[in-house]
Write a protein that binds this ligand. Structure first.
Ligand code: CTP
Ligand code: CA
Length: 227
């Protein structure tokens, strides 16, 4: 439970969460994906459910069990993830934690690509995937609170602030994924939360603590909002 808050502060709210990687097929046996474990998104979904929210968790392929009390919708590609998210609307809040593949193979092969001793390796032509966060933030049924995550290197706050504006979301939770950091697949996470007022630096926390703190911030936001 969240200390100092009513037991089910998000009762009656529907929250959409995306989590995990996406997987874009190259052929029937190969794919483009990434190292997202889904842990941060699943932790957020779990805490939201504990806080009384109805949670729709749209998840790419992960090794994790569905958190108790959440409705999980399993998807593979970015386009499937977007379709599942749009079908889940309306929602009071959306939190996009998924590591969505930015590109997919233009024409995935229906048959396995074969090595041929006499031929050069195949060339993959990529095309852009839809941006789920930006689409939800501009949607006619836009959730009141739209939250994105940003994995950045270099000037993390500057990059994330620009990303918040570009995506049209309300909050960006930014983490540093420079070499030597352990966010991807790791248990701990040091994040900065960027909203219209600027940047809040959070200490390094485990992913469940990040989830609890983020959900507490959402509860406060809903409580302070008129109407
Ligand atoms: N996101 C999304 N759909 C995409 C790409 C990203 O919903 N096709 C969401 C992620 O879930 C995350 C946020 O957008 O909440 C930022 O993702 P990120 O990969 O950092 O942003 P991009 O705009 O793809 O920029 P880049 O990878 O070039 O930094
Ligand atoms: Ca990206």
């Amino acid at each position: 439970a969240i200390v100092g808050l009513p037991k089910q502060p998000l009762k009656g709210r529907h929250v959409l969460v995306t989590a995990g990687p996406t997987r874009e097929p190259i052929d029937p046996v190969r794919a483009i994906t990434n190292h997202s474990s889904g842990r941060q998104g699943y932790a957020i979904a779990e805490v939201l459910a504990e806080a009384g929210a109805r949670v729709t968790l749209v998840s790419g392929p992960t090794a994790l069990p569905a958190p108790p009390g959440c409705t999980r919708i399993d998807v593979e590609t970015a386009r499937e993830m977007l379709a599942a998210c749009e079908s889940a609307l309306p929602a009071d809040a959306a939190i996009c934690v998924a590591a969505v593949a930015d590109w997919r193979v233009r024409e995935a092969s229906a048959t396995k690509l074969k090595k041929r001793p006499d031929a050069s390796p195949p060339t993959l032509t990529l095309e852009a995937n839809p941006d789920i966060l930006a689409t939800l933030a501009a949607h006619i049924e836009r959730p009141s609170l739209v939250i994105g995550f940003a994995a950045e290197t270099g000037d993390v706050v500057r990059e994330a602030t620009a990303k918040r504006a570009r995506k049209g979301c309300d909050w960006i939770v930014a983490n540093d994924v420079s070499p030597g950091t352990t966010t991807f697949g790791g248990a701990r996470n040091q994040v900065d939360v960027i909203d219209e007022n600027g940047c809040e630096v959070w200490p390094e926390l485990d992913k469940h603590a990040v989830a609890r703190r983020l959900v507490a911030r959402m509860v406060e936001w809903f409580a302070s909002r008129k109407g």
